[in-house]
Ligand binder design. Structure first.
Ligand code: HAM
Length: 429
């Protein structure tokens, strides 16, 4: 054996059997929900041109400045592992001319790994899986409410309690410009007291200052001008309509004018879903999203409004765990074949193959265990039935079928075995 020990890269994880079933359950739930809302799946590459994220996510953001996995390929191109899914989805929208589709707005979802070079802690990984949706082509506030409703339904259907929807409006271009000027006037006199990142942000993107982790407690932060005081009539009306739809849908929310989001493409509606409660640690944001009306144009497409959200499955699982919620994951199998004797053993491959072909989940012994060991394995694998085949039974064309839960045992014709098991199959339970 080699002396070298290879360890898993920091901020990544192996998802092992036992755990992966939970992921599948959650992914199925996401797919099922998206089907009901008629969002269809898109799969984009795991890497893109670096410039896409610099432009799309914004070059004053932490993601672009500090967190991207950027590399040069052998052709000398600068590529980046996607740190999020929106820029890629919009790139594809433009590339594939989805604005020309008859089916508008274009409603898409994705589930896949994202990569950010962050300081790992619980709930903050360097590779994490986002489930996200993007709706492009409509600026009806009803679609804002739809997207938020989908996210809330997702957590509700998984049984998560204590989720809180936090809402803000970042306004349209005019509102943002006015707010931007107010922020510059507010922070300019004290800019020397803020971190070097914030100094650079003042002219480029003063909104980012409000999201700074280092200067969070500076006295000027709490008193910073609120975007809500700078919304023009149109933006104000838009926000009011979104809120009224949420109210009509019975979705409670809190407005937080300090919610600015960590990516640059947002305007009007911005939202996050947070979770209260102990045992969850420092990370309390489960999901984030918002409207990005200028992004499609920024990426080279026609003027197209858009809105979406993304959440990570890692944080969702943490939240479920902190509330002691177990997902209804089925670990069991229909049957475990126990073979005793050489003739019986030789018959097993054909028999289990037939049962599997008939749609049953079946396993058997490959370690030459004794009867007791094989029965133990059947129990460990939560088999509904143990199928006990001895040489004599084989000769008579029968098999002993033991119902593991009750201990009842019956002699069944091998020719009728599949039908017998199907009647009591664990599939679909
Ligand atoms: P984001 O707020 O950067 O937004 O990330 C969305 C969600 O991804 C977070 O709320 C969190 O659940 C998860 N997440 C982010 N970073 C990590 C990490 N290092 N480890 C684990 N989970 C993480 C976006 O990504 C936008 N693209 C969302 C969006 C879609 N906006 C419009 N459409």
């Amino acid at each position: 054996m080699s002396e070298v020990k290879y360890s898993i890269p920091r901020g990544t994880q192996d998802i092992l059997p036992g755990e992966s079933e939970k992921w599948q359950y959650i992914e199925n739930k996401a797919r099922d929900l998206c089907a009901r809302y008629r969002y269809r799946e898109i799969r984009t590459p795991m890497f893109e041109q670096t410039e896409l994220f610099a432009r799309g996510v914004g070059d004053t953001t932490d993601i672009v400045q500090k967190e991207m996995y950027t590399f040069e390929d052998k052709g000398g191109r600068s590529l980046t592992l996607r740190p999020e899914g929106t820029a890629s989805t919009v790139r594809s929208f433009v590339d594939q001319k989805m604005h020309g589709w008859a089916d508008q707005p274009v409603k898409l979802f994705y589930i896949g790994p994202m990569f950010r070079y962050e300081r790992p802690q619980s709930g903050r990984m360097r590779q994490f899986v986002q489930f996200g949706v993007e709706a492009m082509g409509s600026s009806d506030p009803a679609i804002d409410a739809e997207v938020i409703g989908l996210a809330m339904d997702f957590y509700r259907e998984l049984g998560l309690k204590g989720v809180k929807l936090v809402l803000n409006s970042l306004g349209d271009q005019e509102s943002r410009e006015n707010h931007r000027n107010a922020l510059i006037s507010h922070f300019e006199p004290v800019i020397g007291e803020l971190c070097s990142d914030c100094q650079a942000r003042l002219e480029k993107n003063p909104l980012r200052i409000l999201d700074c982790k280092k200067d969070r407690d500076h006295e000027k932060m709490a008193a910073a001008p609120s975007i809500l005081d700078y919304l023009n009539e149109e933006s104000k009306a838009y926000f009011e309509t979104v809120k009224s739809y949420l109210e009509a849908m019975g979705i409670p929310y809190e407005v937080d004018p300090g919610l600015v989001r960590g990516l640059d493409y947002y305007n009007n509606t911005a939202f996050e879903i947070m979770i209260d409660g102990e045992g969850f640690g420092a990370i309390t944001t489960l999901m984030g999203g918002g409207r990005y009306n200028g992004l499609v144009e920024e990426i080279g497409g026609p003027e197209t409004p858009g809105i979406g959200f993304a959440l990570s499955i890692e944080r969702l699982l943490m939240a479920l765990e902190s509330q002691g919620i177990t997902l209804p994951v089925n670990h069991g199998i229909d049957a475990y074949m126990v073979a005793l004797g050489d003739a019986a053993k030789a018959h097993v491959p054909k028999l289990v193959h037939e049962l599997r072909s008939a749609g049953l989940s079946v396993d058997t012994d490959y370690l030459n265990r004794k009867m007791k060991g094989q029965m133990k394995a059947a129990g460990r694998l939560h088999a509904r039935y143990a199928l006990i085949l001895g040489d004599e039974e084989l000769e008579a064309g029968t098999i002993e079928v033991k119902h593991m839960e009750t201990g009842n045992q019956e002699t069944i014709q091998i020719s009728e075995l599949a039908a017998y098991l199907q009647a009591g199959s664990v599939k679909g339970v």
